[in-house]
Design a binder for this molecule. Structure first.
Ligand SMILES: Cc1ncc(C[n+]2csc(CCOP(=O)(O)OP(=O)(O)O)c2C)c(N)n1
Ligand SMILES: [Mg+2]
Length: 656
């Protein structure tokens, strides 16, 4: 039998230790009695909150400190700041660390904390995801600094999301390479021979400069590499010694290379012509887009191509590619009848033309083609230019008939011209007729969506359709931007909101690494703040709990955002996975007294997200369970956000 430990006994043992310490201090004339404090529970003396310094410490505290060594020359990191300033980077979301104290000190004291401005973050993953969200609104990259090994380990998932989402982020990791001179202990734990290796498989380029001039070249190169489509994150290991050492004149004058943006890779002219020939000759062409509109101009070009062909456009939503209000914007099932499909920057062409059913007959998924045999496939996809081996973001292999490893937006003007010259005059009437049929189907589709959205309108917890439409009702007269919609709200905003502008919808995380939503929405809200727009996010509970400290960053740096929670009290996606598998195995799922299978509920205790947000400087309200209370709460919250403060509504919702 094991003996139960009596907590009182161990407490007494602890206090007897304290008594010894207390006695020792009392002998010197201070201690418990001298503090005037009273013992609350025991007669035993309490451990004093501070012990009197010994003579040596006291002398050190009052004496004149020895002159500290001074740098005798311009710091290497001052020059680094000069380099960074040529690239017009607005912000630096960052969690501080000694491995980059050299450049940190230069940025704030030499660089004046402007371009970039330091934004204090509570987690490196939040910092990178803020850069990620910011870029999708502003079209300009941000940079971050991370602490050698540990900071980069924290940042890694967000770097992976940015990689999969083709977003440039400039990451520098402080690292003390000089094993013979770096301090032992902590700094050595935080250094590695090659920190970049950690993210090499999901960054476009990395380097480790060994001189100030090398830094200047590498920084401009990394910026240019990140900003050449397909975009992607880049990494630099920044030696601590190199930051701190003064610049030594050795006869060579330091210079900063000029940044000249690269032009994006465009599709081969022969392939463009062939694509145009197939599209013009098709009876039922379909355009499928994912990350096609890299810039607002991409949306205009897609409208032009679609209208020329009178072809439906299926927007998979990696970006805001095509106005949802346009009659040619159609759901994915139009693919089934296509005879020619052109895919523009698709992250997964295979899944566009095939369906995959989880738990098929044998417990593994089974596949079915969605398209008719003989359907011609055309692909323009710049990601083909940066395929790496290890991570499988290139997805399943799909055979296509015309394959252009090129940037879709950059290729669209040539494709539009090729289509214009390939359309014979006698085909134009047929195109118009096709357009009319699609226009009718589109109008019917909208009515149908609204009918489905009305189902369970008054349910409590609140339906995701009602959540989405109440939000829209509260912001529709503003210049709004939906900065993130994390978790699954059955895609209602995309089904019903009249999205048209590039900032109306920003796509998702890319790598589906959960924890992206909260920080990316704050990064995007920062870009919208500077552009004078109103930011709103649909914030799921699971996503927020990965690193909620980013809420503080928003309040600290005055980033207005309306975060409306889709609080379904669970990791609902995983609820469904477990339920489906239990069904397949013909077992009753073990719920452990919660509403969903063990390990997937976020309830008991229910998290009071409104209090969490309030504690970090947000205006917040909740939990809102009654659908009738949502509209008035949104009205209040919108007013708060318009005054410049972030606001969160903790709304209890249906699972999806
Ligand atoms: C970093 C990470 N961990 C775990 C997962 C697995 N996962 C996918 S969806 C999901 C649930 C997310 O919960 P929430 O954000 O509340 O969305 P919901 O499914 O409830 O709508 C999880 C845990 C993941 N994708 N990424
Ligand atoms: Mg959830």
């Amino acid at each position: 039998m094991t003996r139960r430990r009596d907590p009182k006994v161990s407490r007494r043992r602890f206090l007897s230790g304290a008594a010894v310490a207390g006695a020792a201090v009392t002998a010197q004339g201070t201690g418990y009695a001298a503090t005037g404090a009273e013992s609350k529970s025991d007669d035993l003396p309490r451990i004093p909150s501070a012990v009197r310094p010994d003579a040596r410490v006291a002398a050190a505290e009052v004496g004149t400190p020895k002159e500290m060594a001074k740098d005798n020359g311009a710091a290497g990191s001052d020059f680094m700041v000069d380099v960074i300033k040529t690239l017009d980077i607005e912000y630096l979301p960052c969690n501080p660390a000694s491995s980059f104290r050299g450049i940190h000190e230069s940025l704030i004291n030499y660089g004046g904390n402007k371009k970039p401005e330091f934004l204090t973050c509570a987690h490196e993953e939040s910092a990178v995801a803020m850069c990620h969200g910011y870029f999708k609104v502003a079209g300009k990259p941000l940079m971050t600094l991370v602490h050698g090994t540990v900071g980069l380990q924290h940042a890694a998932m967000a770097v992976y999301n940015a990689w999969c989402d083709r977003v440039p982020v400039i990451i520098m990791g402080g690292n003390d390479l000089d094993a013979a001179h770096r301090p032992p202990g902590v700094p050595t734990f935080h250094s590695a021979q090659d920190i970049n290796a950690l993210v090499r498989d999901f960054t476009k380029w990395d380097d480790t400069p060994v001189s100030p001039q090398h830094f200047a070249q590498s920084f401009v190169r990394m910026y240019r590499t990140a900003m050449t489509p397909p975009y992607g994150p880049v990494m630099m290991s920044l030696d601590a010694g190199l930051q701190q050492e003064p610049i030594r004149e050795n006869g060579e004058k330091l210079y900063i290379p000029r940044y000249v943006p690269s032009s994006p890779p465009q599709g081969d002219s022969g392939a463009v012509k062939e694509a145009a020939r197939l599209l013009v000759g098709a009876e039922r062409p379909v355009i499928v887009v994912d990350r096609a509109a890299r810039t607002p101009n991409g949306i205009k070009l897609l409208v032009e191509l679609a209208e020329l062909l009178q072809a439906p456009v299926v927007d998979l939503g990696g970006r805001m590619n095509f106005p949802r209000t346009h009659y040619l914007s159609r759901p994915a099932n139009v693919i089934n009848n296509a005879d020619v499909i052109i895919g523009l920057e698709l992250s997964d062409f295979w899944a566009v033309v095939n369906s995959y059913i989880d738990n098929g007959d044998h417990g593994i998924g089974f596949n079915e083609s969605k398209i008719k045999p003989g359907t011609k496939l055309i692909s323009i996809n710049s990601v083909e230019l940066i395929t790496k081996s290890n991570y499988q973001d290139f997805q399943r292999f799909q055979v296509v008939d015309v394959q252009m490893p090129a940037d879709a937006e950059a290729t669209l003007p040539a494709l539009i011209e090729a289509v214009k010259s390939a359309v014979p005059n006698d085909r134009k009437a047929a195109f118009d007729k096709r357009g009319e049929t699609i226009r009718k189907a589109s109008a019917e589709g909208h009515v149908n969506q609204r009918r489905i959205a009305a189902i369970a309108w008054d349910a409590s917890p609140i339906s995701t359709a009602r959540l989405s439409m109440e939000i829209y009702g509260a912001i529709k007269d503003l210049d709004w931007s939906l900065v993130a919609s994390e978790g699954n709200v059955s895609n209602w905003p995309n089904r019903l909101w009249p999205m048209e502008k590039h900032y109306h919808w920003l796509g998702r995380s890319g790598g589906y690494g959960v924890g992206y939503g909260a920080p990316a929405s704050i990064g995007a809200a920062l870009a919208n703040r500077d552009a004078g727009r109103f930011s709103v996010s649909i914030q799921s509970d699971g996503d927020l709990m990965y690193a909620p400290g980013v809420l503080w960053t928003a309040a600290r740096h005055k980033i207005p955002l309306l975060a409306v929670m889709h609080n379904n009290r669970g990791y609902h996606q995983e609820v469904m996975h477990l339920q489906r598998l239990a069904n397949f195995r013909d077992r009753v799922s073990n719920n452990g007294n919660d509403a969903s299978p063990i390990g997937t509920a976020i309830e008991n205790p229910d998290i009071e997200y409104h209090k969490l947000a309030e504690s970090m400087g947000w205006w917040a309200k909740g939990p809102i369970k009654d659908p009738a209370a949502l509209g008035p709460a949104l009205k209040e919250a919108v007013a708060v956000v318009r005054s410049g403060q972030p606001a969160l509504l903790n709304v209890w919702t249906q699972p999806r």
